[in-house]
Design a binder for this molecule. Structure first.
Ligand code: ADP
Ligand code: MG
Length: 617
């Protein structure tokens, strides 16, 4: 048989390598920014168009390249940063693989202008799909400008795979944040579609964080500092009460390189243990400095994963350092999560407390006076039936008959819930159906064949979800106008998301006066959304969008309906009165899909008479 193995031509090899290095426009941004930093730039400009699909340009004032270097830089494995394998263990640069430019040039139209301090003229090189188109002498300031146009122009499959411009921009923002946070001494400008998104002046790391994530971030930060022989740690954690539902602001830098480390992340979670709710994520910006010889960065092409020699020690130090900071800044004693949970009020009810109490307290009632005429009726509501402790037989059962006992005097908002939140109250007053609430979590009701146990929170989610979907579809959202416009501050990237989903938000009843920079002004909200919760709900929406990377309109509205349903639904732990229980049951079974929650969880189980009979055999 004839020989069949051939060496791949360079441009093909480069294209294959590009697949590893360049997944999307954001990868190009990362590589170019890192090159600019390695070149010692003090000012770096990033220009992006159409989510980086049309243009990504990075301009730096670093050392620049000679004519020969300029040409060589596009060769694979061409690097000025290491010369021998041992150098890998003393890395002080971001790049070292010598692959980025070769990979990028293989899959885009690239133009580079570069000049060193010594030379008077600059080199201008055009290269497309690894082919040099032209090389000229030109006039340019010292430093390098790299323009990358039409990414994946020669790999349509990859180009089609890219997400919407906004989603790609979000990825770019993530990379930009990571690089900018790691280098607060460098001045960064970021222009998107012709307008300036960021202008980050030279600063310290705290100011950098605040400049990126908005003025309000400052008060959230608690400093962290520790120096040991193995590692120096500095940076900030955000106070536990600011923990977010999304994993947004979590940054580890090792020797000024952003890295991902689930293991070290776990150490931080350990330090926050008991201080934040399980579903929340702590924010952190932590800068670790270690001996370059004690880490191996080479284990991933994008260089975001590294291996530490002594991970266990690092874990322990990190955990105790963060714990110490939390303690030192008095963050711990001010928190009481037990109480917090109790007070967590369903958004829908918070400001409705004025409508009830349905029990009117008899101010003239004197407990020491036997049977006054006034107030007898009410008082009977309050009395525990003979306090013989019979209730303890039914621990956790709160039938709607006994509901008011014991709760009347201290009434947490979440304890008292009117039927009015469930619209169909009127229809429900019927028919002898009985319901009761079990452990403030389930509603139990009877049906012909036995009984149904309903998860109250999931049931309400389903009801609200279908309601919102319907409103969105028939564009019939009812909006309630706010008395005063509400100004909310978000980070720039969060604002960008709100802008992106603004149309969908409007269809459910939000009205925005303006969205600009870091500020969103809301003038109207969906009917059931209380003003005090608008910020929380928008935060939740942003984080849901970030996690799902929604592109099309359909999934946008779906996520919106889900998020609103989740935020506004009755939660586990909340007491529902009899009317509310009944109304919820009826609403649920009027739903199109009453069996599963919007998040695909079962809503109820049926226990038939048969099932029960079997237990008695
Ligand atoms: P690496 O960064 O891993 O060395 P790259 O392909 O990113 O590989 O770059 C190749 C080489 O080109 C670098 O080692 C550097 O010498 C040079 N280079 C790239 N970008 C710049 C820049 N902005 N300024 C100066 N030199 C640069
Ligand atoms: Mg590089």
């Amino acid at each position: 048989m004839a020989d069949i193995i051939k060496l791949l031509p360079d441009h093909v090899a480069n294209q294959i390598a590009a697949g590893e290095v360049v997944q999307r426009p954001a990868s190009v941004v990362k590589e170019l920014l890192e090159n600019a930093i390695d070149a010692g730039a003090s000012t770096i400009k990033l220009v992006v168009k159409d989510g980086g699909k049309t243009l990504i340009q990075v301009i730096d004032d670093g050392v620049g390249m000679s004519v020969t270097d300029a040409r060589l830089s596009f060769e694979r494995h061409a690097t000025s940063k290491i010369q021998k394998a041992e150098d890998l263990f003393q890395l002080n640069t971001k790049g070292f693989r010598g692959e980025a430019l070769a990979s990028i040039a293989a899959i885009a139209h690239v133009e580079m202008q570069t000049r060193t301090e010594e030379e008077e003229v600059a080199t201008h090189i055009k290269i497309e799909g690894s082919k040099i188109i032209s090389q000229e002498v030109t006039v340019a300031p010292k430093g390098t400008s790299m323009m990358v146009k039409n990414l994946f122009f020669n790999i349509p499959a990859r180009r089609n795979f890219l997400k919407s411009n906004n989603v790609e921009l979000r990825h770019i923002l993530d990379e930009f944040h990571r690089v900018a946070l790691a280098h607060s001494s460098i001045n960064f400008h970021f222009y998107n579609n012709g307008s300036e998104l960021f202008n980050l002046p030279t600063s310290n790391s705290r100011q950098r964080i605040v400049n990126i994530f908005g003025g309000k971030t400052n008060e959230k930060l608690v400093p962290v500092k520790e120096e040991t022989q193995v590692v120096q740690i500095s940076g900030y954690i955000s106070k536990p009460e600011y923990a977010k539902k999304s994993r947004g602001e979590q940054f580890f830098f090792v020797n000024n390189r952003f890295i991902k480390s689930p293991y070290l992340h776990h150490a931080i979670l350990g330090a926050f243990d008991g201080l934040i709710k399980k579903e929340n994520h702590p924010g952190y910006f932590l800068y670790l400095s270690v001996d370059p010889g004690s880490i191996d960065i080479n284990i991933h092409p994008t260089k975001t994963e590294i291996k530490f020699d002594d991970e266990h020690t690092l874990y322990a130090i990190l955990r105790s350092t963060v714990k110490h900071s939390l303690g030192q800044f008095n963050v711990i004693p001010s928190l009481d999560f037990e109480q917090d949970q109790n007070l967590e009020t369903p958004y829908g009810y918070k400001d409705k407390s004025a409508e009830f109490p349905r029990i009117s307290v008899d101010s003239g009632f004197n407990p020491f006076k036997e049977d006054s005429d006034a107030g007898t009726a009410q008082r009977s509501n309050f009395q525990k039936p003979n306090t013989k402790g019979w209730e303890s037989l039914y621990v956790g059962m709160e039938s709607n008959i006994g509901k008011n006992s014991g709760f009347s005097s201290v009434s947490f908002e979440s304890d008292t819930i009117t039927g009015s939140i469930f619209d169909s109250k009127k229809e429900t007053i019927d028919t002898g159906t009985t319901t009761f609430q079990l452990r403030r979590k389930y509603i139990v009701t009877t049906i012909k064949s036995g009984m149904v146990v309903i998860d109250q929170s999931r049931a309400h989610q389903r009801v609200l979800y279908e309601k919102f979907l319907k409103n969105i579809t028939i564009k019939e959202a009812v909006s309630q106008q706010l008395l005063f416009p509400l100004s909310l501050t978000f980070s720039k990237s969060d604002c960008a998301i709100i802008e992106e989903i603004q149309d969908s938000l409007t269809t459910v009843g939000f009205v925005f006066d303006s969205i600009s920079g870091e500020e969103v002004t809301v003038t109207g909200v969906p009917l059931s959304v209380p003003e005090s919760e608008v910020g929380i709900i928008l935060d939740q929406l942003i984080s849901d969008y970030q996690q799902d990377f929604v592109v099309d309109g359909f999934s946008q509205t779906d996520i919106l309906a889900k998020t609103l349903a989740k935020s506004l639904s009755v939660k586990t732990g909340e007491m529902l009165d009899g009317d509310s229980q009944l109304a919820l049951v009826n609403d649920l079974f009027a739903c199109k899909e009453s069996g599963v929650s919007p998040f695909n969880k079962p809503i109820y189980v049926t226990i038939t008479e048969d099932d029960i009979d079997k237990k008695f055999i």
